[in-house]
Structures are given as C-alpha cells and as structure tokens.
Design a binder for this molecule. Sequence first.
Ligand SMILES: [Fe+2]
Ligand SMILES: [Fe+2]
Length: 337
Amino acid sequence: MFDGDVLTNKEAVWCWDYSLTDPKIASLYEKSIHGQWRAAESLDWSQAIDPAQVGRGIGGGMLSPGLTDRLSTQQRDSLMAGMGALTFSQLLHGEQGALMVSADLVRLLPSAEMKQAAASQANDEARHLDVFTRYIGRMGEIHPPSASLRRVLEKIVAHPMWLAQLVGMQIVVEGMALATFLDMRKAAACPLLHAMLDLVIKDEARHHAFGKIALRDHVGMLESDDRQALQAFALDLVRIFRDWGTEPEDMIASAYVMVGAGVDPTDMIAAVRQSALAGHPLDLSRGMRYAFMAFILPDLEQLGLISPGEAQAIRTTLPSSENELDALDRLREELVR
Ligand SMILES: [Fe+2]
Ligand SMILES: [Fe+2]
C-alpha cells in the first residue's frame, strides 16, 4: 500500500482498492459516527459561567502570593478571566489547525479507511471550532495565536510529507490538546466547560489513537533519509512547544491582558520574580508537562521518532510530580473509554 511517490502533498492520492487494510482504523471511524454530537443542542448554553473562576482554575499558577496581596478583587478577577480567554484562544487556533490538516489528510492518506477517519476528524474539529468560539464569547475576547503555536501550525500545514503532518498534528498537537483539556477538566469548576470537554476529550482521544495506529503502520517502511527527516521535524516541533511562553510576543500578549485588568505588568513581573526567588516559581504549564510525559514523548519513542536520550533530555527540563501526573491519568481513564 505504501509508495514513496505518495510522500508529497503536491497531488491528490487516489485509492482505487477499497478492501479493508486496517480494521483498527475502520473501527475508530465507526466509533466516530456513533459519537457524533451537536455544538448547539448537546450542551446547555443557557448555563451561567464565572469567567474569573474558570480563568483561576486554568491559569491560577499566575497568582503568586506576592502579587495577590497587591491586587483588588476586581483586578484579580479581571486578570484571571483575561488569562482564561488567552488560553482558550490558543486552543481555538489549534482547533483551526487541526481542521485544516485533517481536511488535507483526506486528500493525501493512502487507504480508504484512513481517508474516512481523517474526514470524520475534520467533522469533529469543525464542531470543536464551534464550541470553543461560543465558550470564548462568554469568557472575553479572542486573542492572536502565540508565536510557538503559530510556528508549529504553519510548519505542519506546509510540510510536504503527509507522515510529517500526521506526526505534527496527531501526535504533537493532539497530544498537547488532549493533555490540556484533561488538565482544564480537572482544574476548572464550570459545569458547562465540564460537559463540553467531556465531549471534546473523547473526540481528541480518537484522533490521537488514529495517528498512532496510522504512523505505526507506515514509519517502519520509510527509507533512512525520510525517517531522519521525520525525526528532525518531530524534535523541532517538540522544542518549539517546550519553549512556549518565553517568546517576546507571548510576553506582550500577557502584558496586554494585565493592562486590560488594570494591573501594571512591570509590577507583576517584579512580584513573580520575588516569588520565584522565595522558592515559589509560577506553575503555568501543568497541562504541557502532562502532554510531554503522558503522550508526546512516549508516543514518539514508541514510533522510533525520538531517541531515548533526546526524550530524557527534554523530560529533565519539565519537572513534574508523580501525584500530579497520576491524577490526570486517572481522569483520562475515567473519561476516555
Ligand atoms: Fe479538536
Ligand atoms: Fe483533534
């Protein structure tokens, strides 16, 4: 089935043989059909939400004690709601990337059931775009994509190898999304968000499984040069994501939210520094650490796309407690069946 000629996305890849080649992918497609839901009807959008509370749940690591003391309740609430909208905006942009790549993959993937699975994923991602746009409308404004996210999405969309698009979207971006959604589901106490994430998490888990199965079947057939190119691409994306939040544009985005909340960014940065020096560093990336530990690094290792040494070098830059990861694992087992 695999043919080196189908590596580039310059032309559509036709599949004239409709016999079943991978029952696991066909079964994911069937599951997707049965798991369809509707953004408008499946959720009760009349429920009230508390943007500050939601923001505190997902971005509360920003509130160092030194800073909390200096802010009024109104400033604190406004800051948390703004940081929440900033985070949800990144998820929305990621959903658009997933929509575009999965739609592209319909044209590029080599087998009929892979094309069907990618088409049903595009349908899911369109719904995700819908629910996140609606939810952000309740939280605040839509912010631009972070520099890291934009770079990752652009690299995936433009890559000439469909296998690289699968690695980038299904393993790296979907792994990040799935972990972030699980972390949010655990941290934020909003019934509407819980209901929405319960639906989205099931979809994302299916997309992630689809990517792993499809890649397992095809990475082994690659010539050495193509495999090396794929490994380099995966490592590049992992490194860009690991550095999320450190780009000047990311700091400007956070400063914009702070100014909107009536908080002086320089004051806030000083409080953050002081708190870190006192042994209380900010915890902005719990979901991201979980993504690397539970999904991205183990998946890339299993696929032979990252060496154990490279994976370990990245792990050491992401200190995580066993308890934190175990709690998210338990939630994953509960929600993804
Ligand atoms: Fe999605
Ligand atoms: Fe997805």
